[in-house]
Each structure stands twice: as structure tokens, then as C-alpha cells.
Design a protein around this ligand. Structure first.
Ligand code: TYM
Length: 335
């Protein structure tokens, strides 16, 4: 059997990038009878980015609702909150002690923060927490605590999975055993990087996101109308290369629908009309999910029950693994 695992950081409202890049392919993967799926709210990771408790609290509920509304079956898949699994931070420490500091110096998120500081002639580590620095080790612990084989993510997470492999290999080497399997990254090429309103990667940190459910069809349409396009007028043929609008369309349509849309754009369809077509295509997929989402969000107690059951299932795997690992590193009983 294949263990597939992925997480979403609970810092905001789920957007189309999270959905197309991670949530939708992960739910699809969970339907394979040979797959054991482990999907979680990365709420410890959220503390690195946000010190806004209310936002983190709301986000972990919204992301739980999104997984379930998207069709994840909690009876077959294991859905849980990272912070309900104490073995994860425990494993993080064991991994921290075999992780080269130099490896973490090369992590994109940390390096980007340092580069920004240097550019602004500040102290390189200004505003950088040890949490941000340790981010890849916490993520390695998420994956390795369950010995996941496959990790479906968007392109921006590839480096983190590679680091998890490095760290796993290092631990196996230091303690002389096959304690960890090496996780493999799984990328949905088509949507590995969904562009946002401005054409850059759709990301909370660029403030260019299109929300999946939040604000209903009205907000969805309003945001879609803000997608940046070139200045070609209706009637002029449009370029579908490097078009954020067309790329987003492709993520929500069949190849045949995309080909027809490309033909229309090449034939001079106006951008305004094209945006309406895009809105209708996405809304057709999102509307039934939004209905389930709203119903779930009105019943937080039910979601709590599902998550606690998920955490119990997850810990049934992590607890015995941690026992083995504690033994391996010399943290043994005296008896
Ligand atoms: P996060 O919360 O930033 O994003 C969640 C998932 O969504 C994908 N994604 C995108 N995919 C395509 N296009 C986009 N514009 C886009 N924006 C986001 C991300 O690649 C990711 O798959 N560190 C992780 C969460 C995490 C995790 C893990 C993932 C914590 N532990 C263990 C896998 C395994 C993160 O911050 O993702």
C-alpha cells in the first residue's frame, strides 16, 4: 500500500492555488483503494507566519471544511490537525539533532527573508524567527512520522520534500537502520504553480489570491474580473501563452474545453467576456462544494469529532514509530 500525505498551512482562506495544486489532486489520490491518505492542517507551521490567533483559529476550521467539502471521506482517509499529534514535535527534535545547519541556511523561505533584509541594508536576520529557520525540519517530521511514500504538493514545496529526504537519509545513516522510507514528491504538472491575479504564483504573501469559497460567487466573480490581462481590445486575437487567465482556466477545464477556449481567444474574444466564461467554469465546479462547505461550517462540533478521530488513527502509527526511534537514539527504559 502507498501512504500519501500532505498538509496545508492554516494562515488564511483556502484559495484556488491550494485547491487546484494540492487539495483536489490529494482528494483524487485518496480514492485509490491502494492508497492510505494522511491529510492535515499544518497549524504549528501557521504559528511561524502569523501571530494572529483568531486568524489561525478560523483558518484551521476553514481548511478542514474545504477538505471535507471537496469530497475527502474521513472514513477512508485520515484527516487531522498537526497540533493534535504530539509525536510530530517530538520527532522534530530527534531530526533537528541530525540536521546540518548549513542545509537550513539554503532553505528558500529563510534565504528570501535574509536577502530582503540585506537589500534593505538591515541586519540579515532582522525579524527572522528560529521558527522560520526550522520550518523544513518540522515539515520533515510531518512526513517522516508516518513514513509517507508520496507527498502531493505544488512546485513551491519541492525543496522542502528534498530536505525531508536528506534528513531521513542522514538519520538512517547515523543510527544505522532503515528507520525512514524516503518520501517522493508528487507534482500535478498542469497546476504545479497556479498564477494569481497579477500573474505571479497565487499566494497569500503576494495578496493576489482568488478565494475558493469565502465571499460566495460574488467575491469569486469580483476577483476573477481583477485578473491582469494585456491591453488587446475585443476583436483582436489574444495570446494564450503567459496568460494567467488562460492558465487558470486550464486548471478547471478538460483539455477539449481548454482547446475551445483557446480558439475563442485567438479568434478575438474580449477579455471581459473571457473572464465571465472563466467565472462560470469555476463556479460550476465550486458551487456544489460551497454548499457542503457552508453546511459543515455551521457544525463545528461535527468537524471536531472527525478531527479527533483522525488524530487517533494517525497516532496509532506515529506512537509506535516514535517508540522505535527513542530506542534507536538511546532513550531507553532502565528496566
Ligand atoms: P501552503 O499552505 O503554502 O500550501 C498548501 C499547498 O498548496 C500548494 N500551493 C499551490 N499550488 C499551485 N499553485 C499555487 N499558486 C499554490 N499555492 C500553494 C502548495 O504547494 C502546497 O502543496 N509547508 C506547506 C505545508 C506543509 C506540508 C507538510 C506539505 C506542512 N507540512 C508536509 C506537505 C507535507 C505549506 O506551507 O503549504
Amino acid at each position: 500500500r502507498t501512504r500519501v500525505l500532505t498538509g496545508i498551512t492554516t494562515t488564511g482562506t483556502p484559495h484556488l492555488g491550494n485547491f487546484a495544486g494540492a487539495i483536489r489532486p490529494a482528494i483524487q489520490a485518496s480514492k485509490d483503494p491502494n492508497v492510505d491518505a494522511f491529510y492535515f492542517m499544518a497549524d504549528y507551521h501557521a504559528l511561524i507566519k502569523a501571530d494572529d490567533a483568531a486568524r489561525v483559529a478560523a483558518s484551521r476550521m476553514m481548511i478542514t471544511g474545504t477538505w471535507l467539502a471537496g469530497g475527502l471521506d474521513p472514513n477512508t482517509a485520515t484527516i487531522y490537525r498537526q497540533s493534535d499529534i504530539p509525536e510530530v514535535p517530538e520527532l522534530m527534535w530527534l531530526l533537528t539533532c541530525v540536521t546540518a545547519k548549513g542545509l537550513l541556511n539554503r532553505a528558500h523561505a529563510y534565504k528570501a527573508a535574509v536577502d530582503r533584509n540585506v537589500e534593505q541594508q538591515e541586519d540579515p536576520d532582522a525579524g527572522v524567527t528560529a521558527g522560520l529557520y526550522m520550518y523544513p525540519v518540522l515539515m520533515a517530521a510531518d512526513i517522516l512520522a508516518f513514513n509517507a511514500n508520496k507527498v502531493p504538493v505544488g512546485r513551491d514545496q519541492i525543496q522542502h520534500i528534498e530536505m525531508a529526504r536528506d534528513i531521513a537519509q542522514r538519520f538512517n545513516h547515523v543510527y544505522g537502520g532503515e528507520y525512514f522510507v524516503l518520501p517522493e514528491v508528487q507534482i500535478e504538472e498542469q497546476v504545479a504553480t497556479l498564477p494569481g491575479l497579477d500573474g505571479r504564483k497565487m499566494s497569500k504573501s503576494y495578496d493576489n489570491t482568488i478565494p475558493l469559497f469565502e465571499g460566495g460567487p460574488k467575491a469569486l466573480r469580483e476577483q476573477i474580473m481583477k485578473i491582469v490581462t494585456d491591453s488587446r481590445a475585443p476583436g483582436e486575437p489574444k495570446d494564450t501563452n503567459d496568460s494567467a487567465l488562460f492558465t487558470i482556466f486550464q486548471a478547471f477545464a478538460s483539455p477539449a474545453e481548454s482547446a475551445a477556449f483557446a480558439d475563442a481567444l485567438h479568434g478575438g474574444l474580449g477579455w471581459g467576456e473571457a473572464k465571465q466564461v472563466l467565472f462560470e467554469r469555476i463556479e460550476a465546479e465550486v458551487a456544489p462544494m460551497r454548499e457542503r462547505y457552508d453546511a459543515l461550517m455551521a457544525r463545528p462540533d461535527d468537524m471536531e469529532d472527525i478531527l479527533l478521530a483522525g488524530a487517533a488513527k494517525a497516532r496509532a502509527i506515529a506512537v509506535p514509530l516514535l517508540e522505535t526511534l527513542r530506542e534507536a537514539v538511546g532513550l531507553r527504559s532502565f528496566r
